[in-house]
Design a binder for this molecule. Structure first.
Ligand code: SF4
Length: 232
């Protein structure tokens, strides 16, 4: 099971506490009953948001968290998604959200290997859903790990633009992390956002050869291979 590192370490820490373990168990039980992948994903995202509300709406914490629209440091890091989340992102694309397919292919080539991803130039690590003004094009449907990313302290430390990321302190989102572990435990597959998005696009194209899927598929598969010469 390929669980995002932060959620995994929360789970390791809290798995022996029934109050927390029951969150993960109830997520898996609920997900087993939901047939539609879009509904499953929205169920997980709603639960993550509900638990985070208790934390992020606290006035003291609000003052301590510098994260704001336009700060895109964490949108240049490696993001994991479940297959369900990738399907929801594809749903956004088939409903008109535009992405850079060359960038998607380039990032997909790095697979699940974190060190290969960070060999890419900073501009090539930009999430394909980040627009030119620093806004997320799929904000309401962004993956669960994007919903739990918040730091306290100096946000300048978050940057990986030609420098090692500084000593950042993430806000503890323990209950939301336990939800995320449940979602990943239930997932048939998970991995990096570019890899999983390309996978669901290929799978859907193989099953359902509509013209919109064909044109998206051709834009990914039809492109020329790019050089892998991206050392910083
Ligand atoms: S999905 Fe949105 S919030 Fe998440 S990394 Fe991409 S642009 Fe950022």
């Amino acid at each position: 099971m390929n669980v995002p590192a932060i959620a995994k370490s929360t789970f390791e820490l809290l798995r022996n506490q029934p109050e927390f373990l029951s969150i993960t168990e109830s997520v898996i039980t609920h997900l087993n009953k939901i047939k539609s992948s879009l509904e499953r994903t929205r169920f997980v995202h709603n639960m993550v948001d509900e638990y985070n509300k208790e934390i992020f709406l606290h006035p003291i914490l609000k003052e301590m968290v510098p994260c704001k629209s336009g700060c895109t440091a964490c949108c240049h890091t490696q993001v994991s998604v479940t297959e369900d989340e990738a399907s929801l992102l594809l749903h956004n694309i088939t409903n008109g959200v535009e992405i850079d397919y060359n960038l998607l292919s380039l990032q997909t080539e790095q697979g699940n290997v974190t060190k290969d991803f960070y060999k890419l130039a900073y501009k090539d690590r930009k999430c394909v859903f980040l627009d030119d003004t620093g806004e997320c094009k799929v904000y309401n449907d962004r993956p669960s790990v994007c919903r739990t990313n918040a730091v306290v302290g100096d946000s300048a430390q978050c940057s990986t633009d030609g420098v090692e990321q500084g000593p950042i302190r993430l806000v503890k989102t323990s209950k939301a992390d336990m939800v995320i572990v449940g979602a990943y435990a239930h997932a048939t597959e998970s991995g990096t956002l570019p890899m999983m998005l390309t996978k669901v696009l290929k799978d859907k194209h193989a099953k359902d050869n509509t013209s919109i899927l064909k044109s998206l598929f051709d834009r990914i598969i039809g492109r020329k291979p790019v050089s892998k010469d991206y050392e910083l």
